[in-house]
Design a protein. Sequence first.
Length: 283
Amino acid sequence: MSQVDRHIRFKALAFSTLAVSLLPVLIAATVADPVQLAGAYFGWAVALYLLAAAGTLVAALTFGRGEPMRSAWLLLSASYLVLLPALLRMGPKAAGLYAAAQRVSWVLPSAMAVTSLFLLARAWRATGLDGTSRATRVATRLLALLAAVVLAGPDLVERLPAALGGDVMAAGDVVTDLLDGSLFVVAAPVLHAALLLKGGLMAWPWALLTASLAAWLGYDAIGLYGAAAGLDPRALRVVEEVMRTMATAFVFSAGVAQRWVMTDEVRVAPTAAAPWPARPRTP
């Protein structure tokens, strides 16, 4: 199979993920009642978190016991599973599936995701495949930070005074905004370095992970930007769910892409395809 042919299946995976991300629009178009729509989005959210956990678990099981990459992907998988108890406890809300109180419950999974991405990035650097200079990495992080500020900064600025005043809900918002931004800053330099290795496939897991992180930042931003754009509450709800679907579906795809890169199904030289020095295996 040629290098171009190998990239086709990854491109198909990415485009399929984008198509799935539009399903909340279809749900809203077929469900007019706001209470029923909240219930539909509740079930959809549960399915999405399970999907994200399953995709990252697939990536983890590609690696053997004791390998660093297995632990990193398992931690990312767990970060989605721990979101479920709070979601199930609250149930669907007609005025919005994710009340402010639930944002507090996002602190732990966000911290777990940051730790996982840090471990993934460290494993990447350990391969010696990162040929970028320190100055380039710093510049990439600054650009990623700028993007994170544009997306999550307004919400952070709005909620910070209340958080400093002791508002627990606002504090949860501030912490999750900071953690989501840090995820993007950690992932961006690795994606840039992987893209410089022309023709290789290792950029795909990082590209899909970065797309997921960008979608989460978009979710954080849509409240303020959507209101500024004049979106009504129903339209805002739909856009939020599109961003949530995109974020979770892309992390699922990243796990699948990692599996494809590391297994014998994608037969390329290890230095050209495998983003981490680990022996592929079938769980």
